[in-house]
Design a protein around this ligand. Structure first.
Ligand code: ADP
Ligand code: MG
Length: 365
């Protein structure tokens, strides 16, 4: 896939900007705070309808403006697509998503028109951080692969919210515990496709990431793999087992006012040579594992769409030694890439098509 044009209007530090990145690697160079990550974030927004670093859309609207918009034109093998997102500063205003000139009603309709994989310094949290980051990794990957997953996840989350709201009503004697029956049924049905697809994806990603890890690390003695973890991880019939688990935890749930079992608590266990990386990995190992997971994400998206995603590399090169940097670039070959850095020194392995300087809300050759 190729990004032909990106247009920003009142987005973060940018008043107006049009960017037309060439094929190959574009280096975006600039001081800290210059606005480099903002550009990658805008691309991520067009791909997934949300930022990679904030869950609050309003953060992206330029201070002093009531609205912002991002618009992208991409070329795929046989088609060109235009996608856009408009956000509002006012609370309660819903974002507007456009695909090929038409406003779409459901966010899922955006998925797949434009796909990206973002490498960022925060990826260390994939390895070292809380389970939520790893769930998001799986969810973003699956949502970009197939919009049906995104809808299934939205549905699960909606049912979960309803069940949790009902738990609170019951605690205040505003509803009867027996009313949980229908939500348990709904939640069990909604959980099954999430569990099955996450488990399949985790296995597929693990196989790919094992290979990427040993290539990037260049150390045969370290073996990386990952394992899907959750209350239904080994279940042959997740719907039936979820129903049983909900019944068993009903009393606990009523006491804690939250739903215990289910994929909203899932995790990925990352293992290196038999040890759980969350507690054992060095900084370098964690960084390599995160790269391996992102490379696997590229493979899965390429397979799903018969097209390579756009690669967004935010400040990751400077963190890598020369060998790892060179080997990473081998695996990224021939994909359109936007890469940010604060200085060109240490980038001798990179062969850019174009180097742009980011400064004061502008981008110049
Ligand atoms: N909503 C906003 N309105 C105006 N400026 C913003 C907004 N959000 C962030 N910025 C500015 O963007 C800059 C940070 O941009 P960023 O892309 O993260 O920098 P970097 O080049 O280090 O990646 C800061 O100067 C910040 O003040
Ligand atoms: Mg940055």
């Amino acid at each position: 896939m190729r990004l032909l044009q990106l247009r920003l209007h009142q987005f973060r530090s940018y008043e107006q900007l049009t960017l037309m990145p060439p094929p190959g690697i574009t280096i975006l160079i600039g001081e800290n705070g210059a606005g480099k990550t903002n550009l990658l974030e805008a691309i991520h927004l067009c791909c997934l309808g949300r930022s990679h670093r904030t869950s609050n859309d309003r953060d992206m609207v330029r201070l002093g403006s009531s609205t912002c918009a991002v618009h992208a034109r991409v070329a795929r093998t046989s088609v060109q697509d235009e996608v856009g997102v408009r956000l509002f500063a006012a609370q309660g205003e819903r974002k507007i998503v456009f695909v090929n000139g038409k406003t779409v009603q459901r966010m899922g309709e955006l998925m797949g028109h434009m796909t990206c994989v973002m490498f960022s310094p925060e990826d260390l949290d994939l390895v070292k951080g809380a389970p939520k980051g790893r769930r998001t990794f799986l969810d973003m990957l699956l949502s970009q692969s197939q919009a049906a997953y995104f809808y299934a996840l939205q549905h699960y989350n909606a049912v979960l919210r309803q069940r949790n709201a009902l738990l609170k009503e019951i605690a205040r004697n505003k509803a009867q515990a027996s009313m949980l029956d229908i939500w348990d049924e709904q939640l069990s049905k909604a959980a099954a496709p999430i569990v099955i697809q996450r488990r399949d994806a985790a296995n597929a990603i693990s196989d790919l990431a094992t290979d990427h890890y040993s290539f990037i690390a260049n150390r045969k003695q370290e073996r990386f793999f990952m394992r899907y973890q959750g209350s239904l991880m080994d279940s042959l019939d997740p719907e039936a087992d979820m129903r049983k688990r909900l019944a068993a935890s009903r009393e606990d749930d009523l006491r804690r006012l939250a739903t215990g079992p289910g994929p909203h608590r899932d995790d990925l266990q990352l293992m290196l040579s038999g040890n759980d990386m969350r507690s054992f990995a060095s900084q370098g190992q964690a960084r390599t594992a995160a790269l391996a997971m992102r490379l696997a994400q590229i493979d899965i998206l390429t397979r799903a769409h018969q097209e390579t995603p756009l690669l967004l590399l935010d400040d990751v090169m400077s963190e890598l030694d020369e060998g790892r940097q060179a080997r990473l670039l081998v695996r990224l070959d021939r994909m359109q890439t936007l890469l940010t850095c604060t200085e060109l020194s240490g980038m001798q392995n990179v062969r850019p098509s174009c180097v742009l300087t980011v400064k004061d809300g502008t981008v110049k050759a």
